[in-house]
Design a protein around this ligand. Structure first.
Ligand SMILES: NC(=O)c1ccc[n+]([C@@H]2O[C@H](COP(=O)([O-])OP(=O)(O)OC[C@H]3O[C@@H](n4cnc5c(N)ncnc54)[C@H](OP(=O)(O)O)[C@@H]3O)[C@@H](O)[C@H]2O)c1
Length: 334
């Protein structure tokens, strides 16, 4: 059985395929034949050693994968051979509030991930993928879609007629746009590319702003009435604009670090506008299951920009690094 590992140091050229012995599921475990995996910006940080420079190597990368149950270990009743499943991002966060320690079970980071022909996971660490989705589409969900779902529906539930702002056209933001439209919300988006702005409009964004041409886009949005909720993926250099864009009493979900983690931010609007500023770290299995029910009901399909063969993982990571993609990047394993 073949699996990819980050080995001998960090960098795209340190992701190598190796032949390993096929594992058998132990008690309470499930053997999954992985059919597709997807990339998240975090995977790029992991591979480059910027996520955790002290991560023990070798490590199987990628948090997101979907496949078919091949066999179950003793005592497993949740699954049977043939079931179509995806791994949950943090294997121990099943429901309730986030607790210290769940991060230690994050696939493709703290523990081995999904870029492998077969994986053995705990029976609790899987969800069924919606019946109308392919393995490629199912593999797009575990990190980006669950994160967007968590931000929009699990803290303060987004309702019809509210307005959401999403930043750029990556995995999390495109899911947030789709889910917000599904809930009857209005969406304002930002993107630096006219071609991507066109695609964002086609997905239902009402107003799309070029954040490079209009660096004070947050003030512009605020003056035009503001938004109820910002799905903040830009990080330290976009947060002030997000705080300017949101209405009094509104919500800013702090998710991403595309422009970096540390820097100076004027927090005055958080107080003066009585904002809800909240951190989001993917989500629990229960959130993933709620997302799947909504995706099924709405017959929603993830937006997949490109599909690579798994062997071409370095090329796929390079494509993500170029930020030329729109939505998700997927790799097929067989
Ligand atoms: N907290 C969590 O649990 C969690 C979960 C998932 C992701 N994240 C984080 O969220 C961020 C997005 O992840 P992703 O996987 O969706 O990334 P991605 O697919 O790589 O998204 C990249 C896109 O973001 C946009 N972008 C880059 N810089 C921007 C800026 N200054 N302002 C606005 N948009 C900008 C660009 O869109 P355009 O080309 O259209 O401009 C770019 O194509 C990353 O920082 C990731 O680590 C966090």
């Amino acid at each position: 059985m073949k699996q990819a590992v980050i080995e001998g140091g960090f960098g795209l050229d340190r992701v190598v395929w190796r032949e390993v012995e096929a594992a058998a599921p132990g008690p309470g475990q499930v053997l999954v034949g992985v059919r597709a995996v997807s990339l998240n910006y975090r995977d790029l940080l992991v591979v480059k050693g910027r996520y955790n420079p002290k991560m023990p190597l070798p490590r199987v990368p990628l948090s997101d994968g979907a496949g078919q149950v091949l066999a179950v270990g003793e005592g497993v009743t949740r699954w049977k051979a043939g079931d179509r499943v995806a791994g949950i991002f943090m294997q121990t966060w099943l429901s309730g509030a986030y607790e210290e320690g769940h991060g230690k079970s994050a696939l493709g980071g703290a523990v081995d991930g999904m870029l492998s022909e077969e994986v053995v996971l705990g029976a609790e660490g899987l969800v069924e993928i919606p019946a109308h989705l392919s393995y490629r589409e199912g593999a797009a969900l575990p990190c980006a879609a669950v994160t967007a779902w968590h931000a929009l529906f699990e803290r303060r539930r987004l309702g019809p007629g509210q307005t959401v702002l999403v930043q750029g056209s990556g995995g999390v933001s495109v899911f947030a746009l789709q889910l917000a439209r599904m809930a009857g919300a209005r969406v304002i988006a930002t993107s630096r590319s006219e071609a991507k702005r066109e695609r964002l409009r086609a997905l239902g964004a009402d107003w799309v702003i070029d954040y490079e041409a209009v660096p004070e886009w947050g003030k512009l949005v605020g003056k035009a009435g503001g938004v109820d909720h910002v799905v903040e993926v830009g990080g330290v250099r976009t947060l002030e604009q997000s705080l300017a864009a949101v209405r009094p009493g509104g919500q800013v979900s702090v998710i991403g670090v595309l422009t970096g983690l540390a820097g100076e931010v004027n927090l005055a609007p958080v107080l003066h506008k009585n904002l809800h500023l909240e951190g989001i770290y993917v989500g629990s299995r229960a959130m993933f299951e709620s997302l799947n029910r909504a995706v099924t009901q709405a017959h929603l399909h993830p937006v997949i920009d490109a599909t690579f063969a798994a062997e071409d993982i370095r090329t796929a990571l390079g494509f993500m690094e170029s930020a030329a993609h729109f939505g998700k990047i997927v790799l097929e394993i067989r």
